[in-house]
Each structure stands twice: as C-alpha cells, then as structure tokens.
Design a protein around this ligand. Sequence first.
Ligand code: ATP
Ligand code: MG
Length: 251
Amino acid sequence: MSAPAISVEGVGQTFGKRVIFQNVSFDIAVGEIFVVLGGSGCGKSTLLKQMIGLLSPTAGQITVLGHDVARETDAVRRSIGVMFQSGALFGSMTLIDNIMLPLALFTDLPLAARQDIARLKLALVGLADAENLLPSEISGGMAKRAAIARALALDPPLLFLDEPSAGLDPITGAGLDRLILDLRAALDCTFVVITHELQSIFAIADRCVMLDREAQGMIALGVPAELRRSSDNATVQAFFNRQPTVQPRGA
Ligand SMILES: Nc1ncnc2c1ncn2[C@@H]1O[C@H](COP(=O)(O)OP(=O)(O)OP(=O)(O)O)[C@@H](O)[C@H]1O
Ligand SMILES: [Mg+2]
C-alpha cells in the first residue's frame, strides 16, 4: 500500500486540565475524501488545527505527506489549502484580490500570472463572473465557493474544509458537495472535510472518523454506510440513523 497522505497516531489534546480527546489514530489515503464528524465541542476543529500545524498536540504524532507536522511545519503548510470554519474572506478586497493574495504572499509570480491563476480558480468553483464583487455583495454559498477557490490558489495536494456547508440551504449545500466531488476528480487531491450534515457525509465521504465529547476520543472509523449498518456504538447508530440517543418512553 502506498504511503498515506496523513497519518494520525495516538493523538490527544488537553487544554489545562480539560481533556478534549485522547488516543486518536487513523490514516488518510492519497485521493481520499475523509470526513471528521461528531457533535459540537468534540474537538473536530481542534483536530484540524493539529493536522495543519496550528496547534501542537499534547500527545501523539501527525505526519502529513511524509512530514512530521511538529518538526516540519513549514513544509506541511506549503502543501495544504485550508478553509477555516470562520472562513472569512477579506471584506475590503474583491473576490479576485482575495484569491490572488496567497499567490502574492507565497510566490514570485508576476501580476498577470497571478490574475490568470486566480481567474482559473474562480472558474473552477463556478464564480467566473463574480471576480470584481466584494464579499458583502455575494451570497453565503458563493462566499464558501470563493473561500474554496482561495484554498486552491497554490494548487495544494491536500485540502482541509471546516464545515463548508454550514448555514447553507440544502440545495446550495448539495451543490457544494458536487463541487468537492468535481474538484477531487479534476485535481486529484486529498480532502479532509469537517461536517455533521448527514446527507453531505453520504454524498462525499469515502471514510470518516467520528469523535465524541463524552468518550473523549474517537468512537467510529470507516465507511459511512457500513458504520450505519454495523456499528455497535449507540451514539454512532443514533447519528447515522438520525435518532435521539435516549429513546422516548414506550418507543
Ligand atoms: N485554544 C483553546 N483553549 C481552550 N479551549 C479550547 C481551545 N480551542 C478549543 N477549545 C475547546 O475545545 C473543545 C473543542 O473545540 P472545537 O472547536 O475543536 O470543537 P468542534 O468539534 O469543532 O465544535 P463545532 O462543531 O461547534 O465547531 C471546545 O470545548 C472548546 O471550547
Ligand atoms: Mg468546529
């Protein structure tokens, strides 16, 4: 088997005395769309920050494309694109300027080349006609697409998206799922996507890991349809079958 894109081994995070999760371990294969899911506060964004080198885990080790994230953080940062949960675009800059920004910061490309690349990325996410709009002039779904275009600016082999469809109507959310699948097919990159939208998970995830606040760690790892069928964990079953964890009386 070829080397994994990401390897998470025995990773834990505590803040002060508070344990968020412990013993989290999984590999993500090259080209996979891997979803991180779980209830609010279980540590999904924390795990993402660890994987991209913004936060040092208090236990364990993470390797990204062969680089130890703790020691080779710069090499890791150069090979990833990120859309953060709060994923804001710069409000005073047009969409094309937002996407050209990482190119100006991290490459020596001349202006015309930066413009061409930014236009290409906007076209990839279906925003070819919106390059001169400001973030305040576009819809929430368009803003998510623009943030993805910005994450794609440097052609990273690895993309991290934190809750890309949060706050979007179901149809726009489904459009975003389609975009993620199309981008994977077109660009051959690996995706780590945080979401708790069940439809989205079944639409895009090759595999997923589920974190749980009570368990302070992972409670499931695998293919969503298989987890729905055969996980013996009550929380996992409840999530995938959209049931309350405590059955109503008489049910
Ligand atoms: N830098 C920090 N210092 C202290 N506590 C933190 C820090 N970052 C996160 N936490 C805590 O860790 C827990 C997990 O936070 P995290 O943002 O990873 O959750 P999440 O699973 O992404 O939740 P959501 O679905 O709401 O986005 C939360 O209780 C949060 O308050
Ligand atoms: Mg989060």
